[in-house]
Design a protein around this ligand. Structure first.
Ligand code: GBH
Length: 513
């Protein structure tokens, strides 16, 4: 591949017309970045020290209950599908489980101390359904609810805005035993659970997510079988489960609106970003077509999971591809699924590359050999991911966007000097955030960014092998060690992104090329 190779350069450029930001560079050099720098501090001749993110931007970090809490059987918590799955030999790397995880259930104050020290404006967490309802429905476990009550109060005390994800994959085993997502009742189970949590936390939590990444907990879990409960359902059943999952989302939105009047409600996609090989309009259109269509028979697309939710119909491309496997359902279901949302949560890690083929159709462009990637093979380093992802979704849906997850996995270790050096994470976040800054500059409405993750944690089927944290966790001692990336991100937050504009940065306008 030569001319047709995606030309995203991983070499460093100086921004044409964007000289280095003296204030950020100086602050970094002196190690004394002010907590909230005056807007005009050190403005250079080219005016490049204007913060590249809007005022009040929600810089944050994200986690999920099963990945960090541990205390799996404490205070009345019931089993989720992930408890059963991870405790079944052969399902998770080296038999790791979430039984103890980061012991966050007992250490949340220490962890939030580090979150506050980071300067985080917001924190995204999820609620463990079976802490609140051990059987999934029925009797409420007050002790479980109390935990989230304390957690939210602690965040507010520290001045950190909570974003609560109601469902991040830990589906109650008792409900799985009753048929799970294949039952139409699942929509009411979700709604009732949502009401209970929203009635308790809705007075203090402004931001809500109904569900995190349906592609993973329906597609990966019920079709491909790599995630709990590890089923490989026939295609039609898998699409039935997806359909009920979206009905559940609709009912959750209603439950939230009823119980928490001021709630800002969103839905989170495992965004499969597609970007153009070049900025030639033909390639841009090819990537746009790819990002909003179902082009292969696997769960990793956006359209099947978002079009019903925002537009009240399945995408034509998917209906055509799935054919007879599309289940029967009353057309009125779309009245339950489609709901106005306040924002869209996009988890974005990587992107595929597309160009306009000779026949005029979008054509996938393979990455060249040796292309950079994280320790997880699917995580190729594509700095323009946040740019194209936010731009395409903004142009189509005109909903404010929160980057509800972004980050990378590296082979971290404690070095001889006692520190954890993770230059790959810093470089990757730096490049991607410049892409996000470009989107903001071009008018895309992005209101927040939550780094995945605050802590190293239980990376699902990969167990503790993969480390995504800004903070290293020694699972033997539960000692936390902030990584180099933690200090780096702290500076980004303190300067509202100005520190990204230093002399070694990839230029905004050069992110793709
Ligand atoms: C998120 O999942 C989760 O929300 C979070 O819990 C998790 O820890 C984090 O990211 C890191 O993995 O290339 O076609 O094979 C991300 C799940 C897994 C979605 C890989 C896309 C690749 C699809 N992603 N998957 S493909």
């Amino acid at each position: 591949m030569s001319a047709s190779t995606p030309s995203e350069s991983l070499t460093q450029h100086n921004a044409p017309g964007a000289s280095p930001a003296p204030s950020a560079a100086a602050a970094a050099a002196s190690g004394s970045a002010p907590a909230s720098p005056a807007p005009s501090a050190g403005a250079g001749p080219a005016g490049t020290t204007t913060a590249p993110f809007p005022e009040g931007f929600l810089w944050g970090a994200a986690t999920a209950a099963y990945q960090i809490e541990g205390a799996a059987t404490e205070d009345g918590r019931g089993p989720s599908v992930w408890d059963v799955f991870s405790n079944t030999p052969g399902k998770v790397f080296e038999g790791h489980t979430g039984n103890v995880a980061c012991d966050h259930y007992h250490r949340y104050k220490e962890d939030f101390g580090l979150l506050a020290e980071l300067g985080a404006k917001s924190y995204r967490f999820s609620v463990s359904w079976t802490r609140v309802l051990p059987e999934g429905t029925g009797k409420v476990n007050q002790k479980g609810l109390d935990f989230y009550d304390r957690l939210v109060d602690e965040l507010l005390r520290l001045g950190i805005v909570p974003l609560c994800t109601l469902f991040h994959w830990d589906f109650p085993q008792a409900l799985q035993d009753r048929g799970g997502f294949l039952q139409r009742d699942v929509a009411d189970w979700f709604a009732d659970y949502t009401t209970i949590v929203a009635e308790r936390l809705g007075d203090r939590v402004p931001w809500w997510v109904t569900q995190n990444e349906p592609q993973a907990f329906i597609g990966n879990a019920l079709l491909e079988g790599h995630f709990a409960p590890g089923l490989k359902l026939p295609y039609r059943d898998y699409l039935t489960a997806a359909h009920n999952q979206m009905r559940a989302h609709g009912k959750q939105v209603d439950a939230l609106r009823a119980a928490a009047k001021a709630a800002k409600v969103g839905y989170v996609l495992a965004t499969q970003v597609q970007r153009p090989a070049t900025e030639d309009p033909g390639d841009v259109e090819a990537a746009r077509e790819a990002i909003f269509s179902v082009y292969e028979r696997h769960p990793w697309n956006n359209a099947w999971w978002i079009e019903p939710v925002l537009e009240g119909r399945y995408p034509e491309s998917g209906l055509k591809l799935f054919g007879k496997d599309v289940p029967d359902f009353p057309a009125s279901d779309f009245d339950q699924i489609k709901r106005p949302l306040d924002y869209l949560g996009l988890n974005m890690y990587s992107a595929g590359t597309w160009r306009r083929g000779k026949d005029g159709k979008p054509e996938r462009v393979a990455s060249p050999p040796g292309y950079p990637r994280a320790t997880l093979d699917w995580l190729q380093v594509v700095p323009s991911t946040l740019y194209w992802g936010t731009r395409f979704f903004w142009e189509r849906y005109k909903l404010p966007i929160g980057i509800t997850e972004h980050g990378t996995a590296t082979r971290d270790q404690v070095f001889l000097d006692g520190k954890v050096h993770d230059p790959q994470r810093i470089d990757l976040m730096h490049r991607y955030l410049l892409g996000l800054a470009r989107a903001v500059k071009e008018g895309v409405d992005v209101f927040g960014y939550w780094a995945w993750s605050l802590l190293d944690n239980f990376e699902w089927a990969e167990g503790y092998r993969e480390r995504f944290g800004l903070i290293y966790v020694d699972y033997q001692t539960q000692r936390r060690i902030p990584k180099d990336s933690y200090s780096w991100y702290k500076e980004v937050i303190a300067t509202n992104g100005r520190s990204l504009l230093g002399p070694t940065a990839v230029a905004w306008d050069n992110v793709t090329g």
